[in-house]
Design a protein around this ligand. Structure first.
Ligand code: OAD
Ligand code: ZN
Length: 249
């Protein structure tokens, strides 16, 4: 897949670049996406495992599933796509990275100021009083940690279906979409709102819209540039071409 020179022209002049990432950027780190044919939602029911109702009706099942996903995430390493996005930060005068991912791989790669729309899978808090929980999580089978303050059940600090996104995060993301010159939608099916509205907000506000995804999405026909390759292949290429153009390589 060739990266169009015309995109590099635009990036060379861009003052403000914003990026939205989804599960696809972590696929090459060995973390399964949700909606691909071998994705998590092909095997598991999101309403049972990633919703408030699912947690209330069977907290044990939900807790164990997240403990399993944490193990996968802890063993995974950032890939070339994550590292290329660390370079993006240095290549544009203004840059915002917005992610739907909960795996913290952007931060582990070295990205700073990441806007986490769906929380993260590392931290926990009390389902009842919302107090952060730093205690033991590795309990014998069949047990869920309890809040030392109120005795409530402890849950992962991710955003579930039916929950509001952190208000600051979505507001900052919408502002970035409105203000940027170029908006990248990378490795996301762009199916889950409100995150999926960000590329449309950007485009409506006059940004050039770029999609990096090996597969077509509902956004593809709307994008100004469709880079049909994986993020670990496409993003380092973009960085290399742009660095050459700027005389940095
Ligand atoms: P999806 O699983 O819906 O979409 C993943 C996208 O990544 C698909 O469009 C794939 O084509 C693409 N993809 C696969 N491999 C790729 C690669 N190596 N490089 C680039 N792209 C690749 O994941 P998200 O869009 O992130 O929310 O899903 C959004 C939200 O739905 C998630 O945050 C999660 C999920 O339910 C909650 O759990 C609340
Ligand atoms: Zn509590």
């Amino acid at each position: 897949m060739e990266i169009p020179e015309r995109l590099i022209d635009i990036l060379e002049k861009a003052n403000y670049v914003a990026v939205l990432t989804g599960a696809g950027v972590s696929a090459e780190s060995g973390i399964k996406t949700f909606r691909d044919p071998d994705g998590l939602w092909a095997k598991f029911n999101p309403m049972e495992l990633a919703s408030i109702d699912g947690f209330m009706s069977n907290p044990q099942r939900v807790w164990e599933w997240y403990q399993y996903r944490r193990e996968v995430v802890n063993k995974a390493q950032p890939n070339a796509g994550h590292y290329a996005l660390v370079e993006f930060e240095k290549l544009f005068p203004q840059f915002t990275l917005i992610t739907q991912n909960v795996d913290r791989l952007h931060q582990r790669a070295g990205s700073t100021n990441v806007i986490e729309l769906h929380g993260n899978i590392i931290d926990n808090h009390c389902f009842n009083c919302k107090e952060p929980y730093y205690g033991e999580t590795d309990l014998p089978e069949g047990q869920i940690p309890r809040c030392p303050k109120c005795g409530g059940l402890i849950r992962p600090s991710v955003v579930w279906f039916g929950e509001m996104l952190p208000p600051d995060a979505i507001q900052q993301a919408e502002e970035a979409a409105m203000d940027c010159d170029v908006f990248f939608s990378i490795g996301t099916s762009a199916e889950v709102y409100p995150a999926a509205s960000l590329p449309y907000i950007a485009k409506r506000s006059g940004a050039v819209l770029v999609e990096v995804n090996p597969n077509p999405t509902s956004l593809s026909s709307f994008a100004d540039f469709k880079i049909s390759t994986t993020s670990a292949v496409g993003l380092p290429k973009i960085v290399e071409m742009l660095k050459k153009r700027k005389g940095l390589l």
